[in-house]
Design a protein around this ligand. Sequence first.
Ligand SMILES: Cc1cc2nc3c(=O)[nH]c(=O)nc-3n(C[C@H](O)[C@H](O)[C@H](O)COP(=O)(O)OP(=O)(O)OC[C@H]3O[C@@H](n4cnc5c(N)ncnc54)[C@H](O)[C@@H]3O)c2cc1C
Length: 176
Amino acid sequence: MSEALEFDYVIGGAGSAGCVLARRLADAGNRVLLIEAGPRDNSWVIRMPAGLRSIFKPSSRYNYWFETEPQRNLDNRRIQQPRGRVLGGSSSINGMTWLRGHPLDYERWEQEGATNWGWKDCLPYFRKIERSDVSSAYRGTDGFIHAQRQEHLCPLNQAFLDAGVEAGFPLTDDVN
Ligand SMILES: Cc1cc2nc3c(=O)[nH]c(=O)nc-3n(C[C@H](O)[C@H](O)[C@H](O)COP(=O)(O)OP(=O)(O)OC[C@H]3O[C@@H](n4cnc5c(N)ncnc54)[C@H](O)[C@@H]3O)c2cc1C
């Protein structure tokens, strides 16, 4: 008779949150079962940014391709809601933009009852997760996620920034 497998934790969904949780629990010596509904992420359409387009259609096996209910204020249209159905979850099909919420949002949420979720509470974790190419009070350099400024600005991006400056908005080094 085969031996029953035993686990300390069972996690449903190997997306961003599930993978981090599994890694943390396993690193702490626990036996973890991570269950994912979608396939593996070892496809070129996921590994190569240009492949992303093929994931953004209803027929993709990597995308749940949800739709909202009809939106009254949008002429009753249903709005597409892509979500990753694959190892890595939505982070396997996302835009890889690295942007935090605005500090004032965290402050407001705390005032509304989310105790210990204020900006000062969250900032150390934002820093901990990052391996940034900039070292500052806002950036971490020892985490798992490599974060950097966009290397090559296309002329349109640059024109957009220039237009902002021309309109009187100061250019900042770090929007976060
Ligand atoms: C198109 C797109 C672009 C985005 N761009 C960005 C960006 O540029 N920057 C950014 O910061 N964020 C971006 N996001 C958001 C970010 O990817 C998500 O907020 C984040 O991945 C959510 O993590 P999660 O763990 O909550 O869910 P997910 O990562 O979606 O993981 C959920 C997982 O659970 C699995 N699952 C669901 N039900 C079951 C079940 N019953 N049994 C087993 N498995 C199940 C799913 O298959 C999925 O793999 C984007 C998201 C999308 C969809």
